[in-house]
Design a protein around this ligand. Structure first.
Ligand code: AMP
Length: 241
């Protein structure tokens, strides 16, 4: 069977050094910003499950109708649904050499499903640690580009006009679920699920945690250095992580 036939039959080929990087952390921990940098550096697609679901909700597809209210309320969509979405996305050609996963897995069931989807020797799990008060403070100033999904921090949390996306020029808006009450609900959901998820990964050699309170450039440097170490192509990072 040719590679192309195999793709159509749903069989994935990963290049020998394929890398699947899972970025964990609470909402507002800077995952989106760091995810874009890592994906660019390694030439892999940035797969944000939140972005996929928001796009679907906005475009009014069948999927969007099913998940729109769930997202707006800050609750989680079902494990089976989100896993089907991620599995299909990982089958796309641009993910042949890996992907950066942002927002997935969020539950043990999703983590178990992911283990069966990707080759284990190429998996890297990185946690961004940021405490709750800092997150609530950050989320008040967070705006998102509706088109390309990148996030920006605005100087004035209450400004009606948030400016335009530096990448595509479309308006930046506050995400409906970044409303402070919904943020608190999302954080409670995260807190309930994060500990078991971290426990699932933390004894693996491919796991590292980084202090997400550092300036973004330093967070990026720390993440890159852990990726290089885990892949076996770099010096160990400082011991405080
Ligand atoms: P995020 O942009 O990652 O904060 O995700 C926004 C919203 O999308 C979440 O509050 C959930 O409603 C939904 N969502 C994203 N990823 C997942 C996931 N892995 N499992 C369940 N729901 C998800």
């Amino acid at each position: 069977m040719s590679e192309s036939d195999a793709w159509h039959a749903g069989i994935r080929y990963h290049t020998q050094d394929s890398v699947h990087i899972i970025l964990l952390g609470p909402p507002g921990s800077g995952k989106g910003t760091q995810a874009i940098r890592i994906a660019d550096r390694y030439g892999i697609p940035h797969i944000s499950t939140g972005h996929i679901l928001r796009e679907a909700a906005r475009s009014g597809t069948e999927l969007g109708r099913r998940v729109g209210a769930t997202i707006a309320a800050g609750s989680l969509v079902s494990d089976d649904l989100i896993t089907d979405i991620v599995r299909a996305r990982l089958h796309e050609r641009d993910a042949a050499s890996g992907a950066l996963l942002d927002g997935y897995p969020r539950t043990i069931a999703q983590a178990v499903a992911l283990d069966a989807m990707v080759p284990q020797d190429g998996v890297i799990v990185l946690l961004l640690r940021v405490h709750e008060e800092e997150i609530v403070r950050r989320m008040r100033r967070r705006r998102v580009c509706q088109s390309c999904g990148i996030t920006q921090t605005v100087p004035d949390a209450d400004a009606a006009e948030a400016g335009h996306c530096p990448r595509c020029g479309d308006p930046l808006v506050r995400r409906e679920d970044d409303d402070p009450d919904i943020v608190r609900r999302r954080l409670r959901t995260y807190a309930a699920l994060a500990d078991p998820l971290i426990a699932f990964y933390k004894d693996r050699r491919c796991y590292a945690a980084v202090d997400g309170l550092q300036p973004p450039e330093q967070v990026t440097t720390a993440l890159f250095s852990h990726i290089a170490r885990i892949r076996g192509d770099g010096a160990p990072p400082p011991a405080d992580d």
